[in-house]
Design a binder for this molecule. Structure first.
Ligand SMILES: [Mn+2]
Length: 433
């Protein structure tokens, strides 16, 4: 006998994965845990006729020869009545799971890959085989996909998740039904945790920054903890907030949010094994003490000033520049040859202006092509110092609608140039290691 199962507190992604697994293993029986999320329960009770595995089947564990586990890779998250299988000999196990952290279920057939939703992973094969789904199943799967990816907005979302959503819409997934069952991002579970965190707020002053920490026990799997931390930071009105969530004895989720460009959460999380962006990030930790994690983060914030990325790390150099006496026809040739839209103009080692392609419209007479660049360059120059943050550079470029910003040191010397694409590379986390 083959059995398909998933994690307790079954959510839509888990249920959708079970339904998809039933297509891959039509001879198998699905057994759901008894604890099912309320919105999934509502969905199942309305669609009872279609999904009969909701009924609590009695199962003889001795008869099970094959177990197909979807949307988890941990024994502790499986239904209690299936726990004895953990020690069963000769049991063949398949895993289809999208979680980044590896669990303790050892499978002979393992399909594990970090994706936004598990349904994307399990549908991969069915999409290749061009299988046709019923509108009802497509709808359920799209609910699962949207729930786990926050409507394709969570940073864990991959291109494959988005193309799976497109596929499900092609298969007539019904967006009207979807809206009825998708739970709001901030639901009862999130509210309860946030209220607990607010009961004992910790506010610290670290290097002039206000920082809040909360060490919080959570039971089972909770989604959208990052939203909880974001609200926590906003309510306490601090520069940065961190939630250290203890899932079970040895497993912590650390989530950070910052409102200050000089507290780079992504860099802090990277240092403790996670990742993220300047304003938000997370890490999964095991076998350390939550107080130690807190100390580590505090130390990183203190050192952050020096270690976070500065304009100096992004800029290009040496800078191509032209002397102020260069004739305009010569300038045009240089711009074309170097494939750039503008260049700094120098006189006596000092930057005196910038010439860009759009300045050439000022040329009315043929003779002006022989005039020095000095006559047409723009003297209103914006520069930036090398110790400023990439965000600062981006703000100036957006405000003045300029694509490049010369980097000038204290002595007034141009030491590099930072372009709009350099800044973008940084924000999209494409910086070379
Ligand atoms: Mn999932």
């Amino acid at each position: 006998m083959k059995v398909i199962t998933t994690h307790r507190n079954t959510d839509f992604d888990a249920l959708a994965s079970v339904v998809a697994a039933l297509k891959l293993f039509p001879e198998a029986t699905a057994i759901l845990p008894r604890s099912i999320n309320p919105n999934v329960k509502a969905f199942l009770s309305i669609h009872k006729d279609l999904y009969d595995f909701y009924l609590n089947k009695t199962v003889n564990l001795d008869e099970i020869t094959e177990l197909i586990v979807v949307d988890t890779n941990q024994w502790s998250r499986i239904a209690r009545r299936l726990q004895p299988l953990k020690t069963k000999d000769n049991l063949i196990i398949h895993i289809w799971d999208h979680h980044e952290l590896k669990g303790d279920i050892c499978a002979q057939y393992s399909y594990q890959e970090p994706l936004g939703a598990n349904i994307s992973l399990i549908l991969r094969k069915m999409r290749q085989d061009r299988r046709v789904l019923t509108p009802m199943n497509s709808t359920l799967m799209l609910i699962g996909l949207y729930e786990d990816t926050g409507h394709l907005t969570y940073p864990s979302t991959t291109p494959e998740d988005a193309s799976t959503a497109a596929y499900l819409l092609e298969q007539s997934a019904d967006l009207n039904i979807l809206g009825t069952f998708l739970s709001p991002a901030y639901g009862a579970q999130q509210k309860e945790i946030l209220f607990d965190m607010l009961k004992k707020p910790v506010k610290l002053n670290v290097d002039g920054f206000s920082i809040s920490f909360s060490i919080q026990k959570i039971s089972g799997h909770v989604d959208r903890l990052s939203l909880v931390v974001q609200l926590y930071r906003e309510i306490l009105n601090v520069d940065a907030a961190f939630g250290i969530f203890i899932r079970d004895e040895n497993r912590y989720i650390v989530i950070g949010r910052s409102n200050r460009e000089d507290i780079n959460i992504g860099a802090i999380m990277k240092s403790i094994g996670g990742g993220g962006h300047p304003g938000a990030g997370s890490a999964m930790l095991s076998s350390t003490n939550p107080e130690t994690v807190k100390e580590m983060i505090l130390e990183l914030i203190t050192g952050n000033q020096q270690s976070s990325v500065r304009v100096a790390d992004l800029m290009s150099f040496p800078v191509i520049s032209i002397p102020a006496a260069t004739k305009m026809d010569e300038v045009a040739k240089i711009l074309q040859k170097k494939e750039c839209t503008g260049l700094p103009v120098m006189e006596n080692d000092k930057m005196v202006g910038v010439i860009s392609r759009r300045d050439f419209v000022k040329l009315k007479k043929k003779s002006q092509w022989q005039a020095p660049v000095k006559a047409f360059m723009s003297r209103d120059i914006k520069t930036i110092s090398p110790d400023k943050s990439p965000l600062h550079a981006a703000k100036i470029m957006v405000k003045y609608d300029i694509g490049r910003l010369p980097v000038v040191n204290e002595a007034g010397k141009v030491i590099g140039i930072v372009t709009r694409s350099d800044a973008m590379m940084y924000f999209y986390d494409l910086l070379p290691e």
